[in-house]
Design a protein around this ligand. Structure first.
Ligand SMILES: *Cc1c(COP(=O)(O)O)cnc(C)c1O
Length: 430
């Protein structure tokens, strides 16, 4: 069977929270000034109570509100697809399945959490959300989600992307969002940076600082983050919970699970529901990151800030340093200096294997996928596909009939400039 579908009424009713199942308690986030463990009240200026509770919850299963499931039903459950033509092209005995998260309206997994976050904020009387975006994947997911719950949305978009990648800005504005190139003169952080350097191209860290400042300084305004935090990963587990049901329905079990990692949310969303089985059955779980931003493979495991200005709590994670500025690779969603603390803990314990890949081989993999399976993957997703192809080739060489599952985190139809650069030899691997 090529396409394994679930009925709408088979969509999971609970998200899976990994916190109670970690090999050791998660080191707590620390207050940026006092360096004491963060208290729920500390987060209330920027997050709704329901999300703060989820962030710290030890409940294994958390109910997905009906209103959220109702919006999910616009595109969920997403299909699980067997990549038969890719298998044939690789002459591999491996069976390759991908969970197609490109099926959402914004084209990636990100609305799985954007919709939940918009819902909880609206329910607590918030009227506007602020956030940051790099290439615009997260910003467009949040503009889509806030519109459905009648919230306003202000997106600080990294300035260089704002001018170089106009299409996602148009998408955000089509869904009613306000998009501001960052650094901007809207915030103190932004004004300070512009004073010193009027041509500053911006970074994700600066945009986060601006979005948080805006939320803290305005009534009925909260901030929203698209990756890294526990509640974000929690909402993404619907991906793995659906995939598990879909594989079970055809009597398959994964031997290898692969995903790309920016902050870790789509990867965790797919693999966390399998983690217990992984330890029991020896499933190999591979987290793929860019060699240009090698957080898990070369970062230090220590407390660090989530943003440039040091406004966020300190998180214990693998980090390249909060002032790290990664080279401008096309996989904008993978250029973050840190990673989700739960994912880092699982890497530290050897339960998840990190792997770093270079940009050009990821595009070779993405083009091969497009030429066999038809769908053009996002540059981020190409990182996962590179390792899937490597594992499938290894299965061929070793004559092993493996089941490989990977997360197709998004399509690349708004990233065609990157493909143009690849196809015409303008891509570089530094
Ligand atoms: C944002 C994004 C990623 C990386 O973010 P994670 O939180 O690590 O999942 C990966 N793929 C796509 C398509 C994205 O938009």
């Amino acid at each position: 069977m090529r396409k394994i579908l679930l009925d709408e009424n088979e969509m999971p009713k609970y998200w899976y929270n990994i916190l109670p199942d970690l090999p050791e308690p998660l080191p707590p986030p620390l207050h940026p000034v006092t360096k004491e463990p963060v208290k729920p009240e500390d987060l209330e200026p920027i997050f709704p109570k329901a999300l703060i509770k989820q962030e710290m919850s030890n409940e294994r299963w958390i109910k997905i509100p009906e209103e959220v499931r109702d919006v999910y039903a616009l595109w969920r459950p997403t299909p699980l697809i067997r990549a038969v033509r890719l298998e044939k092209a690789l002459k591999t005995p491996a069976r390759i399945y991908f969970k197609y998260e490109g099926a959402s309206p914004p084209g990636s997994h990100k609305p799985n959490t954007a919709v939940a976050q918009a819902y909880y904020n609206a329910k607590e009387g918030i009227e506007r959300l602020t956030t940051e975006t790099g290439a615009g994947q997260w910003g467009s997911a949040l503009c889509f989600a806030t519109k459905l719950f009648d919230l306003k949305c202000t997106v600080y978009m990294v300035k260089v992307s704002y001018y170089q990648k106009p299409y996602r800005r148009v998408l955000m504005e089509t869904w009613g969002g306000e998009v501001i190139p960052s650094p901007s003169d809207r915030t103190e952080v932004g004004r300070k940076i512009l004073e010193k350097d009027p041509d500053n191209p911006g970074s994700l860290g600066i945009a986060i600082s601006e979005a948080i400042e805006d939320a803290v300084k305005h009534e009925n305004t909260n901030y929203s983050l698209g990756s890294v935090l526990n509640h974000v990963l929690l909402h993404q587990t619907i991906i793995g919970l659906e995939a598990k049901k879909q594989l079970e329905s055809i009597g398959e079990k994964p031997d290898v699970i692969v995903g790309c990692v920016g902050g870790g949310s789509n990867f965790a969303g797919l693999c966390y529901p399998f983690i217990k089985d992984a330890q029991k059955d020896g499933i190999k779980i591979i987290a793929v990151e860019p060699k240009a931003c090698p957080t898990l493979t070369e970062g230090a495991y220590k407390y660090d800030y989530g943003d440039t200005a040091g406004l966020t709590p300190l998180l214990k994670m693998f980090t390249l340093g909060h002032d790290f500025i990664p080279p401008p690779i096309h996989a904008g969603g993978l250029r973050y200096h840190g990673d989700a603390p739960t994912l880092c803990l699982l890497v530290k314990h050897g339960i998840i294997e990190p792997r770093a890949v270079r940009q050009i081989p990821t595009f070779e993999a993405g083009v091969m996928f497009a030429r066999t399976e038809g769908i053009v993957p996002a540059p981020e997703t190409n990182h996962a596909i590179r390792v899937v192809i490597d594992e499938a080739i290894k299965a061929r060489e070793e004559g092993e009939e493996k089941v490989i599952l990977f997360n197709f985190s998004g399509h690349g139809l708004l990233d065609l400039k990157a493909y143009d650069d690849f196809l015409y030899g303008r891509l570089q691997d530094t």
